[in-house]
Design a protein around this ligand. Structure first.
Ligand SMILES: [Zn+2]
Length: 688
């Protein structure tokens, strides 16, 4: 076969492949994947530009090559706007990219390493190849790690590889560097992002109805988030679906790029290793490197959960808890991690035997199988920790040795401030996800049955965690980036447990009020309140036409008691001193329907115990397994339209509200990745 050169676009590729087959030739060489993802590579269309970056934000370049049968790749390059990215060298003190040195697998003195990974079973390839599992036969993956570009505009990326018969294969994509308008007024030093997981418009409305009340058509008060002066609507799609999960739903905001579902801080690739995917830099890493900002992560979930991990962690498998919490610690010098508060102690406690069966008595779920070890290319390219498979690690002890004060409960959190505000703070208040506000508040009011059953009766509320985090983070004169997540709005909406998720929104809003007061005192602060996606298709369908006692007496009354339109009137809840309703079990209770629902038995009554949380190492036996068996003997069966036993996320746009410096940038309808570039402008160039 003679010299061939083709683009990686779908149609020409298909044509080339068919031609090869017709000619009786096994010819199939192609670049099957080019990263960063681009519509130019996928379809030949130059827009939309999918991958966008702030100036200097680092990201990986990668190609997967399927050479002709029996052929190997001997040299390669990634060429941006006609310049090689692989062979920079110095001439008279100036960094030059040599356009002649485009086809090489060697690494120069000054250049970051480019490595290649060949398919399992191959014994030859470009120099430096290692064998990995998971690739299609005869495939080669080539990465150029931690590339960056500071020139604003759309850039062309051309990947090129040469086979050992001299033929070349190429593909073309694009990416954009989004410029920052310098000296555009005052910058925001502190960035606080409140993420109500799964919090759509209905969730916000429901919390307002309960906590503020309505009279004659008007709300008697506003939520703290309602008082923010600017509100936009966010499109939440991930790289591979209109319906995102929490990983892309969060990381898209803080990387400017789209991830596949279940993936955080990385693009998809063709290998099985969940930690070797092509990466891109987080807001936390970028602003820590550029401005010395700190990172705070506060959540009511297990800290390994998708939302908190999507502030700092690079993995294609959001379930890899051991590796995720290890990376939080190991790469704290990259992210500026200073505060980590939430649940998830099970990942921090040693598990010397690597076992989960029987469950270690200390609750540890550390395992080699979900830990991380990185290759030389990532370690050298990014300057990050290599990682070790070490289920025996005592991570709480390591945090303490590194200067973090540790709190195991609310009492410990208060005590951590006894000798002044600590410089760094770790709080792990339960084995996995923390108890929800509904149960924590019941415990504080004297009914600790549920929190006792989980084993952690003294957990802080999110407003208390937020106050602690802001005190620690604001010690950094360079400012900070903080994520504060109300995570169980989503988890309880999945379970269609209305009484529990409505109180979760109220808990989040009380934390938002804390940050709003902080921003009033510190006007160089931007506070955003948003969600990663809507959850459950929640809708306020009306209110009960009957009393609480009647519902109890007839729990399978079903749709017969749903008052719609004017029959709903205005449900009246009484708020207690602690900021939560005295009870949600009221006469004329607000009723919620679910548009993305699985089967459930509905009683319209509060559920005594939360539904089973499979993340818990020791789940209480009193929890029903799922909504399709919960209240099976007493409730009214509502059949759903989604598979599985939980309600699902939806693709509906969600509201984002902004307060403080730069808030006026957040009006209109925009993509979740746009938020990253707005923050970058406000934090670096100024807010005008
Ligand atoms: Zn979510």
């Amino acid at each position: 076969m003679s010299f061939v050169s083709r683009s990686g676009r779908g149609l020409p590729l298909l044509a080339a492949t068919i031609l090869g087959v017709l000619a009786g030739d096994a010819f199939a060489a192609r670049i099957s994947r080019l990263t960063p993802p681009s519509e130019l590579f996928a379809s030949g269309e130059e827009s939309p530009v999918i991958a966008r970056f702030l100036p200097g934000q680092r990201f990986d370049l990668q190609m997967t090559i399927e050479p002709d049968p029996g052929r190997t790749i001997v040299s390669f390059d990634f060429i941006v706007d006609d310049q090689s990215t692989l062979r920079p060298f110095w001439v008279d003190g100036e960094l030059i990219h040599d356009p002649r040195a485009t086809l090489t697998s060697t690494v120069t003195e000054t250049g970051p390493a480019a490595t290649c990974i060949a398919a399992s079973g191959r014994t030859t390839g470009a120099s430096g190849c290692k064998l990995v599992a998971g690739l299609p036969g005869n495939a080669t993956v080539i990465s150029r790690r931690a590339y960056s570009n500071s020139r604003a505009g759309v850039h062309t990326l051309r990947a090129i590889a040469r086979q050992d018969d001299g033929s070349t294969i190429s593909a073309t994509g694009n990416f954009e560097i989004v410029g920052i308008d310098a000296e555009s007024g005052q910058v925001a030093k502190n960035i606080v992002i409140f993420l109500g997981d799964g919090m759509g418009a209905a969730h916000r409305t429901a919390a307002r109805i309960i906590s503020r009340g309505y009279a004659q058509g008007k709300a008697k008060g506003l939520l703290a988030m309602d008082t923010f002066p600017n509100t936009g609507m966010v499109m939440t799609a991930s790289l591979n679906s209109i319906v995102t999960d929490s990983a892309p739903g969060m990381q898209n905001y803080v990387t400017g790029n789209k991830a596949n579902n279940n993936e955080e801080g990385v693009w998809p690739d063709d290998t099985r290793d969940a930690f070797d995917n092509p990466r891109y830099e987080y807001l936390s890493e970028y602003l820590h490197n550029l401005q010395g900002k700190s990172l705070g992560v506060v959540t009511t979930a297990d800290v390994f959960d998708a939302t908190p991990a999507s502030m700092a962690i690079h993995t294609s498998a959001r379930g890899n808890g051991t590796g995720i919490v290890d990376q939080f610690f190991d790469d704290r010098d990259q992210t500026g991690l200073t505060v980590l508060l939430g649940g998830g102690r099970k990942w921090f406690l040693p598990n010397p035997s690597d076992s989960t069966s029987p469950q270690p008595v200390n609750g540890s779920q550390r395992r080699k199988s979900n830990d991380y070890v990185l290759g030389d290319d990532i370690v050298n390219g990014w300057g990050v920790a290599r990682g070790v498979l070490d289920p025996e690690r005592d991570l709480i002890a390591e945090f303490r040795d590194a200067g973090f004060r540790y709190a195991a409960d609310k009492t410990g959190l208060d005590a951590a401030f006894g000798a002044g505000t600590p410089d760094k703070l770790l709080g792990l208040f339960s084995y996995s996800n923390m108890n929800v506000a509904y149960d924590k508040i019941a415990g504080r009011r004297g009914d600790s049955t549920v929190v006792d059953a989980f084993g952690f009766p003294d957990q802080p509320m999110l407003d208390e965690m937020t106050d602690a985090a802001l005190k620690v983070l604001s010690k950094n004169p360079n400012g900070f980036v903080a994520l504060i997540e109300g995570s169980s709005i989503d988890k309880q909406a999945h379970l269609m447990d209305t009484d529990r998720w409505t109180l979760e929104v109220i808990e989040l809003d009380r934390a938002i009020a804390v940050a709003k007061r902080f921003a009033e005192r510190n006007p160089d602060t931007l506070v955003l309140v948003t969600a990663d996606h809507e959850c459950s298709g929640a809708a306020i369908i009306g209110a009960a036409t009957v009393s609480a006692a009647t519902l109890e007496a007839d729990p399978d009354a079903g749709k017969g008691v749903v008052g719609t339109y004017e029959a709903a009137r205005f449900p009246k809840y009484t708020m207690a001193e602690d900021g939560y309703p005295q009870t949600t079990h009221i006469d004329g209770k607000m009723l919620i329907g679910y548009g993305a629902n699985a089967d459930r038995y509905e009683t319209w009554l509060p559920n005594r115990f939360p539904t089973r949380d499979t993340q818990q190492p020791f789940p209480p036996s009193q929890s029903p397994a799922n909504p399709s068996v919960r209240n099976e003997s007493s409730g009214y069966l509502i059949t759903g339209q989604v598979p599985g036993d939980q309600a699902t996320h939806t693709a509906t746009d969600i509201p984002l509200s902004a307060y403080g410096r730069g808030a006026h940038h957040f009006n209109g309808v925009f993509d979740n990745t746009d938020v990253f570039f707005k923050i970058g402008q406000i934090a670096i160039g100024g807010a005008d």
